[in-house]
Design a protein around this ligand. Structure first.
Ligand code: MG
Length: 276
């Protein structure tokens, strides 16, 4: 028996085993249904028919073992061990990242500079965990202030908003200076909190804004921004505006002179996932 015949015999044996399994399964009430159709109507605005058998199947992504753990296609920016995926932005330009890393988290080092990812992202899904300091040493915007700066510009505010009066569009889960969170889903200072962010990057054409950015924010499992249109870059006491930038820019974490902690940071690019 040559190799080809061995292969054919192996396939035949597998098919026979499958048939036997299917028949035995059928005996136990196993039911079958079509895996697609080709005689169905066209979906409006799409190139596919309803239940189209030829429509490409979604790629497989293995989810993390526990909620919040990075799925198989995530870019892990911080796994609790080191800052190798980051630099800091200082007045002298970018320097090696020097925020404190301990016990599986990193902590803002006051004055060290904003932490900037080496890798750049456009449309993306982010998972970020953070904790405001347990000890309260200020009020309003001096309680646990940091920030998730999408594309280094568009800030989802990080703040200790637990029983902390401050302006609505500066609370945790806000698009800073633009849109307050729909609700205040904050945990107590010192407790770990999570952001899951779905970000659609603004698009620029010929040096002008062609489409603004949009963002969805889930804070501790609660939606605080529902595909909200971003007005412009983060700004304080003025209305932020757009200025052209690259299709992909780094993620940044704000140094606002408060020792906020971060852990378990990962990103999934949403480009290349267009539905067929
Ligand atoms: Mg901030």
């Amino acid at each position: 028996m040559n190799l080809r015949n061995i292969a054919i015999a192996a396939v035949a044996a597998t098919l026979a085993a499958g048939l036997l399994l299917s028949q035995s399964a059928k005996k136990k009430g196993y039911r079958t249904s079509p895996t697609g159709y080709s005689d169905t109507p066209q979906l409006p605005g799409q190139t596919w028919k309803v239940h189209d058998i030829a429509r490409p199947k979604p790629r497989v992504v293995t989810p993390g073992a526990q909620y919040g753990a990075p799925p198989s296609d995530a870019v892990v920016l911080f796994d609790g061990k080191d800052l190798s995926k980051w630099v800091v932005e200082t007045r002298k330009g970018q320097q090696p990242a020097n925020w404190t890393v301990a016990n599986g988290y990193m902590e803002v080092k006051s004055g060290a500079g904003t932490l900037v990812s080496k890798e750049k992202f456009g449309d993306a899904q982010y998972h970020i965990e953070w904790a405001a300091p347990a000890e309260i040493t200020g009020d309003s915007q001096w309680r646990g202030n940091s920030g998730v700066l999408l594309m280094s510009r568009y800030e989802i505010q990080v703040l200790d908003s637990y029983n902390n009066p401050t302006y609505a569009d500066g609370q945790a889960g806000s698009i800073y200076g633009q849109w307050p969170p729909l609700v205040n889903a904050s945990r107590k200072p010192g407790e770990w909190q999570s952001y899951d962010i779905i970000f659609e990057a603004p698009k620029f054409e010929a040096g002008k804004l062609a489409r603004p950015g949009f963002v969805t924010v889930i804070h501790n499992g609660v939606v605080t921004q529902h595909r909200k249109e971003i007005i412009g870059r983060m700004a304080h006491r003025v209305v932020g505006t757009y200025a052209p930038h690259d299709p992909e820019e780094p993620l940044a974490l704000q140094d606002h002179d408060v020792p906020v902690r971060y852990r378990n940071i990962w990103v999934r690019r949403l480009t290349g996932y267009d539905q067929p």
